[in-house]
Design a protein around this ligand. Structure first.
Ligand SMILES: CC(C)(COP(=O)(O)OP(=O)(O)OC[C@H]1O[C@@H](n2cnc3c(N)ncnc32)[C@H](O)[C@@H]1OP(=O)(O)O)[C@@H](O)C(=O)NCCC(=O)NCCS
Length: 160
């Protein structure tokens, strides 16, 4: 990773700059990766912004950000810590498109692991779309492996 990139935990004052990036990540996830059509994109954006604001004040959630030499946010990851199950979740990971391929996501994951360890969490889980090859590669490189648990996902289509 370039030495001009700095990683730090977000604070409430980062809201105005962080919220558009989080929203871009969610829109990318829904539209590009999941192929969904949003009925009301502006309502979706508004709701995402409210969520970011709420989670910046929530001790069990943390945004870790990558900043360039001009202190511009160029990537982030969102972490959930569940102290009851002693399990952490990487809930989101995003790097702006012009900054991809420089090891920023790898560094964000390394910092995420440090943060989880500091909370006494020793297992980290995440979900990634099978078709998201870039993300699969990043997680593979950073040591994440598919796992089986006791749950099976079931579905039934109901006629209208
Ligand atoms: C996935 C994403 C976070 C990767 O960020 P990044 O900073 O470019 O990743 P890194 O530079 O740390 O790459 C780590 C490894 O993955 C590989 N990789 C990254 N993007 C890749 C791609 N598009 N195709 C193939 N390999 C890729 C890199 O080559 C690198 O391996 P290397 O060390 O052998 O070169 C970024 O592409 C992104 O924001 N995508 C959109 C959001 C997204 O899909 N998030 C994941 C949600 S689960």
């Amino acid at each position: 990773m370039s030495s001009s990139i700095r990683i730090r935990v977000a604070v409430a004052d980062d809201f105005e700059e962080l919220a558009p990036l989080v929203t871009a990540s969610q829109l990318y996830q829904k539209k590009e990766l999941e192929g969904k059509i949003l009925d009301d994109e502006s309502a979706f954006v508004k709701q995402e912004r409210e969520t970011v604001k709420k989670w910046l004040d929530d001790n069990s959630k943390v945004y870790i950000m990558a900043l360039d030499s001009k202190e511009k946010i160029v990537g982030f990851t969102l972490l959930f810590d569940d102290r009851v199950s002693q399990q952490g979740t990487i809930h989101d990971l995003y790097v702006t498109d012009t900054m991809r391929g420089h090891g920023i996501a790898t560094e964000l994951i390394a910092r995420a692991e440090q943060w989880f360890k500091a909370q006494n969490i020793n297992r980290v889980v995440l979900a990634v779309l099978k078709t998201n090859r870039a993300a699969m590669k990043v997680y593979e490189k950073t040591g994440f492996l598919p796992y089986e648990d006791n749950y099976v996902y079931l579905r039934k289509n109901i006629q209208k």
